[in-house]
Design a protein around this ligand. Structure first.
Ligand code: THU
Length: 138
């Protein structure tokens, strides 16, 4: 289902991501990003980037969505799929910090990148190979 970028299973996630993107607070970069996560309990949770006048305080759309999902009860292993949308020609992959944040909850997470015209499907583990995990702390 989430192995195919064209599967209709992505539709609710894409809708949630575009809707969240409408609320992006991006007055500095003017680069609006939307994200959506599907959890094992069937919830679709959106997020948008939230910029700040103190630039490094900015939160990416993916980590905003992740934070909301955890607050809604997401447990490690409980992420099913993720979507990132932007309205620019080049698809936007999650930044390094967001890859690290997401991989804590699902190693093989399917991540769909989309704009208005095209889609590209990745696996999180391929986007962040040899990642640092809780196992390294033991
Ligand atoms: N941004 C995201 O929200 N997600 C990404 O995957 C890449 C970058 C945001 C952060 C900032 O508000 C703007 O895009 C420009 O970097």
């Amino acid at each position: 289902m989430f192995n195919d970028a064209q599967s209709p299973a992505w539709t609710p996630l894409l809708e949630a991501a575009w809707k969240a993107r409408d609320h992006a607070h991006a007055p500095y970069s003017h680069f609006q990003v939307g994200a959506a996560l599907l959890t094992a309990s069937g919830e679709v949770i959106g997020g948008c980037n939230v910029e700040n006048a103190a630039y490094p305080v900015t939160l990416c759309a993916e980590r905003g969505a992740l934070s909301a999902a955890v607050a809604a009860g997401l447990q490690p292993g409980g992420l099913v799929a993720a979507v990132v949308v932007t309205d620019v020609a080049e698809l936007t992959p999650p930044c390094g910090a967001c890859r690290q944040a997401l991989i804590e909850f699902a190693r093989d997470l399917p991540v769909l990148l989309a704009n208005r015209h095209t889609r590209q499907l990745h696996r999180l583990e391929a986007l962040l190979p040899h990642s640092f995990t809780g196992g390294h702390l033991r």
